[in-house]
Every structure is written in C-alpha cells, then in structure tokens.
Design a protein around this ligand. Structure first.
Ligand code: SF4
Length: 584
C-alpha cells in the first residue's frame, strides 16, 4: 500500500515539493494526529495568526477512501480568533479528493503578494492568478467560476473563501462544495491573510487492500450499521435539525442570547417543519450513505416581476438554526433561510456570527451600545436589521463592526456586556445549554467546541439522575476527548462514532495492513490528546485566563441552575490533570 506522501506548498516562493512521511502516518494514523505533528514541525508558536509565519495543514486519514463515513478533512492552524490552536473539520469531497490526488496531508506556508488560487493534482501544484476572483463576495460564485475554468476529471473539491475571509473577519470560514465548511476558529481569515482565495484538488488513483476478505467483512458491517440504525435514519430523514425540538423540549436550546429557553414560534424553525414545508434536496459527503445534509428551497419574489421567484438552495443544520434562528429570536422560516444564505454567501462561521449578533442585540436593548455603533436597529426577530448587520460585520463600515469582526469576547471587553458575551476560551458558544458537562466541554476542550468531549450528550443522558462529582465528570470528559483523537485522526464523521467502536476500528485498520490492538488505539488517543494540549499552550493558551460568562449561572438548564462551586471544583481538578498529563 502506498501512503504517507505530504505535499508542501510555499506561497511566498511559489514552490512545492513532496516528502515521504509514511512513518508519521503509520504512527499517527492521519487527520488530527498527523496535522498536529506537521503544525509543530513547521510553525513558529509566537507567530501572528494573520502573518506569514502561520501555516495551514490539511490532513486525511488511513481509512479515507476505504470505509464509509471516513470523510472529513482536518485543518490545523493558529487561530486568529482565540490566538492559539485552530482545528476545524469539513466533509464534502475534500478528504477523498486529497487522497485520490496522492497525498495524505498538505502543508501551506508563507504568503502570496497577489491573490492566488491553487490547483492540486497527482502531478503537483499550479499557482493561478486570482486577481479577478478577489473581491467577489460570494463563496458560491467563486466555486462556480472555478468549476467552469478548471474543469478536470476525478473526484474534485473546491475549498474557498468569501468576502469575510478577505476582510479578515476572525471567524470567517472556508467553504467546501458549497454546503460544507471548515467553520470554526477562523480558517477563512488565515486563508485571506495569505491571499489564497481557493484550493482546487482533484485526482485519480487506486487504493490497494491488504486483506480483501477481512476488508469486505468489515466494510459490509459498517455500511449496514450506517444505513440501518435509527439515529442515522433520523439524520437522513430530518437531518441534525431534528435536535431543535429535542433540545427545546428539555429546556436546553439557548434562545435570545440565552436570556430564555421558551419560544412561542419554535415550530417555525424546527427541523420537522422545515423538512415538511421547504426540503428540496438531501446531499452527502463523499463515501457516506447517510446523506444528512439538508437543503431547503428559498423562494424570493423579484421586485418588478410578480410571477417570478429567485429560487435558492439553503443548507441548514441544528447549529445554524440555533445560532441564527433561536439566538436571534427569528420567528419566520423564510427569514431564517435568508439569513443563513447570506452567512453562507459571505463565508462566515454561522455559530460565531449568531452569537456575536445576539450579544450585540442584548447590548443594544440595554443601551450599552446605540444605533451610532450598530448603524441599524437590532431587535429579536428583526430579520432586516440582521441582514444589514451581517453585511456590516464583513464590510466593517465603522469601528464597532471592526471590533465585532474580532469576535464577541473582544467586542464585549471594549464596549461592556461581558457577563452575557457567550464565548468560552474566546470561541463563541455552540447550541447546548444542557448542564455542567456541556459548559465544561466548552471550557476545557482543545477547540472549545461541543464536539471535543461531548458534554452535551453526557448531560442529556444524565437528565433525571444524580450528577457525578465534578472530578468524575472531568474524568469522563477527558476520556471521551482522548478517544475522539483517534476518530478525528481517522477523520471519521462523529455521527458515526457509535459505529466505529474501538474493536471495529482495530479490524478496519487490520484489513489495510495496520496492526493496532484496542489498547494501542486507546493509548494513541491519549498521546495525541496530550500533544495537542501541549501545543495549544505553546501557541498561547493560558488555562488560568478562562472566563465563565455569568449568564450561564442565571438561566435554568435540564439539571436546574449551574453551580459555580461545581464548575470551579471541576476546573481546578482539570488544571491538575492537564499539568500532570503534559509533563508526563
Ligand atoms: S453523516 Fe452527514 S456530515 Fe457525516 S459524513 Fe455523512 S453526510 Fe457528511
């Protein structure tokens, strides 16, 4: 089996080369594990995230192209939003395209002095002039033009930024295949700072199999589970948006900047309602039989043509509905879809955008900021105001929007309202007010993402039961985060985490000629977790500076009110554990 080729690209010198890193891939199995090592090797930890010293690593896993749902690409970089470790995962076709082009990882260094886009194939890299693409607001238009110009055969992926990335909004995302995103922690701004508008990857090759019989058996088992489990069926039918009502019913859906958990108009933004009234298509990441990506049809009348409608497909999921719908008190489905479409077009991270605007709305209503700053009226459910404000975050017509484009933490420190600025470790809050587990995940997870250690899921399992001690809860979260390093190194979609048990991962690797016992895999997870946290600290993270927004203590969650003593005790224990883990 041929594997382990890393492609290095230097934007400053317009040069590229490859290196055989099969040993690294064998030891770290891909994705997060490999990206972490390549980041460490190539970055100056003190670099400015938006300067030439920052680097971007994309990495796929040993299972990519072989098994269903091993479909993510991991991007790693220094985050301009938090100032430390940036890690973001995207699906679409990116992972398969990178592997089919003959690479398991790509390292991008330096900065171009003029706008550029890259075309990566099995034969290497071409640097294309992107001056005419620079300034195009829409990520969708950029994708269309490149598709037209480049053509190409094989599995193709186009990763690109919109105007938000060019304008260095610290929470700009990179869009891939229109409906998937490297959403969190500002990869779009890092690409923008490098004047790198897009990366096209396509390639063709065969992937050999070591043990065909075992491979078939394991493949069939995974495929069957992926298409037959109830959860996967729900994700196919309604999508992750099914969770809107599930979380709402237990009082865990944050609404209007987490000032409440009840909302009369919840039906209009629920997954069931959108599916029944607007669902237009379902799509899937490459090599995924689940197809959880749901696209709604938005019809908007043309001003002068009463019988003609502009028809747009808008992708939606649980998190976008939480952040742009519930957090902004949006009551009508079309209003929600218009806002989501604008966020996608401009290339913003939808969670950060919604949380920044929900803070701004509360600050505005409290008189902490006025229309002099916001330029428009902001009010819960007022879609026209939010349409303007989203454009302003990108175009930054005044100092307030320049500050808001730095993230909610930054803006609230300057203008006030820090108690209700919902950021953890500098990253805006995901959509789960489920209890202490979720908030501890936001605080302690290496990405400050709900996906790091899934406290939100643990909280839900514990509803109606006695909470474990803070120390026990931290132990559970850390164990989960360690195991997730294996899954994200193999770039497995987390929706399939129940399918990819430790035993099945071991067999899946064995069929390809890699021998990892279950114990080896568990140990590897801890090793990657430890190295990741070490690097996070080297890049600038200070665990003692973690801020807990007061708002989370003021609102009920399914476990009642969060106890400050409980969180403080948990964090104290976590600090001790991390200290002993990284000096181990
Ligand atoms: S379940 Fe959804 S996000 Fe995961 S790989 Fe499949 S289509 Fe992509």
């Amino acid at each position: 089996m041929s594997y382990g080729k890393v492609l290095y690209i230097d934007l400053t010198k317009r040069d590229f080369w490859t290196e055989d890193r099969s040993e690294l891939l064998r030891n770290r199995i891909g994705g997060t594990g490999v990206a972490l090592e390549l980041l460490k090797e190539n970055i100056d930890p003190k670099c400015d995230p938006l300067g030439p010293g920052n680097i971007i690593v994309f990495a796929v896993g040993l299972l990519t192209g072989y098994y269903p749902l091993a479909s993510k690409t991991v991007a790693m970089f220094k985050s301009p939003l938090t100032g430390n470790l940036g890690e973001s995962h995207a699906g679409g076709r990116s992972a398969i395209a990178i592997r089919m082009a003959g690479y398991e990882a790509i390292v991008i260094k330096g900065v171009s002095d003029t706008p550029v886009y890259l075309v990566i194939t099995n034969d290497g890299v071409r640097f294309r002039d992107a001056s005419t693409l620079w300034g195009i607001r829409s990520t969708i238009t950029v994708g269309r033009i490149i598709r037209e110009v480049e053509g190409g055969t094989g599995i193709r992926s186009i990763i690109r930024i919109g105007r938000a990335g060019e304008r260095l909004v610290r929470y700009a995302c990179a869009v891939t295949e229109t409906y998937r995103h490297f959403g969190r922690l500002g990869l779009g701004a890092v690409l923008g700072s490098k004047k790198l508008k897009a990366i096209v990857v396509y390639g063709k090759r065969n992937l050999p199999v070591n043990d065909v019989k075992l491979y078939r058996d394991v493949y069939d088992e995974i495929f069957k589970l992926a298409v037959e489990t109830e959860l996967m069926k729900k994700y196919h039918d309604i999508g992750t948006a099914i969770n809107v009502k599930v979380l709402y019913k237990i009082g865990a859906l944050p609404i209007m900047n987490l000032t409440r958990t009840s909302f009369k108009e919840i039906d209009k933004i629920s997954g069931e309602y959108i599916a029944e009234s607007r669902l237009g298509r379902r799509v899937a990441c490459s090599h995924c039989p689940v197809a959880c990506i749901h696209l709604a049809i938005l019809r908007e009348p043309y001003v002068d043509e009463p019988y003609f409608y502009k028809t747009t497909y808008v992708s939606y999921d649980y998190e976008p509905i939480y952040s742009i719908g519930a957090m902004l008190g949006v009551k009508d489905t079309d209003g929600l879809l218009r806002l989501l479409d604008l966020v996608e077009t401009l290339g913003l991270d939808v969670i950060s955008t919604g949380v920044a605007l929900s803070w701004a709305t509360e600050a505005y209503k409290r008189g902490v900021i006025t229309e002099r700053e916001t330029v428009t009226k902001l009010d819960w459910g007022y879609v026209e105001g939010y349409m303007k404000a989203i454009n302003f975050i990108v175009e930054q017509p005044n100092q307030f929007y320049r500050d808001l484009s730095m993230g909610v933490e930054y803006a609230a420190r300057k203008y006030g309202g820090l108690d209700y600025a919902l950021a953890f470790g500098g990253n805006e809050m995901p959509g789960y007010n489920t209890g202490p587990g979720t908030y501890l995940t936001y605080l302690t997870g290496a990405r400050h993402s709900h996906l790091d250690s899934a406290g939100y899921s643990l909280d839900q399992k514990l509803v109606g039961k006695t909470l474990p001690s803070p120390e026990e809860l931290i132990d559970m979260l850390m164990k989960e985060e360690a195991w997730r390093q294996v899954l994200s190194s193999l770039v497995i979609c987390f929706f399939a985490r129940g399918i990819y048990s430790v035993e099945r991962v071991s067999s899946a690797l064995k069929a390809l000629g890699f021998n990892f016992t279950e114990k080896d895999l568990r140990n590897l997870g801890w090793e990657i977790y430890r190295e990741k946290y070490k690097l996070k600290i080297e890049l600038g993270f200070n665990i003692n500076e973690l801020r807990i927004p007061r708002r989370i203590f003021e609102i009920e969650n399914p476990h009642g009110r969060i106890s400050k003593e409980y969180l403080d005790r948990a964090l104290k224990y976590f600090k001790k554990k991390v200290k002993s883990m990284i000096s181990y």
